[in-house]
Design a protein around this ligand. Sequence first.
Ligand code: ADE
Length: 245
Amino acid sequence: MTWRASILSLFPEMFPGSLGHSLAGRALERGVWSLAVHDLRAHGIGRHRAVDDTPFGGGAGMVMRADVVDTALSAHIAQDDPRPRVYLTPRGRRLQQDDARRYAAGPGVILLCGRYEGVDERVLEMHGIEQVSVGDYVLSGGEPAALVLLDTAIRLLPGVMGAQDSAGEESFSLGLLEYPHYTRPAVWRGCAVPDALLSGNHAAIAAWRGAAAERDTQARRPDLWQAHLQGQAPARLLADPSRTA
Ligand code: ADE
């Protein structure tokens, strides 16, 4: 069954963007997933199709109107549509690899992209819309964040990664950053690839990779490392050469 993405945005031309290329693009052509993009402007108010207004309580910027978003949702999304509804905002819960897995395992997603200061909170509550952020920085709108969220889910859909299927070992899937990678030439500008990786000894390779993953996680992501030390993540598996998945 096709995994369905529906987008509501003031900039529909931003889609499929990067997702029209490479693995996701080919999967879109093959019908593994489908994309419907709806222009919020079409549901704007009056001759100027206004979609926003000044914030109650004052302050800078404009807020997207609840009635406009409501009309757009009602026009394009059935009330009993089982897909999760997500509003992309830096105020949201931070997107994690577990979310990508959950979205990929379901029927698809409905994504609301905001511009300006945000969307009137009432319409988010009224429609049971989750608020999700892709990181602790501010983008100029939700569209690039929607592309990020979609990318994380689509690459996990059955058949999308094909022979390149390496989702089991990559960063975060085991609670640690992934180990570093090397390919030919074995010596480049005087820099040699770590001996263990050339040894052909699977246990030595797994041990080297496990140690490298731990070293890099400790140095770059103290938050993940603390969770690992507290046993919240099954990261030990990464160093276990008998691990199969
Ligand atoms: N819109 C603006 N910044 C964002 C972020 N960091 N995550 C999701 N949506 C956003």
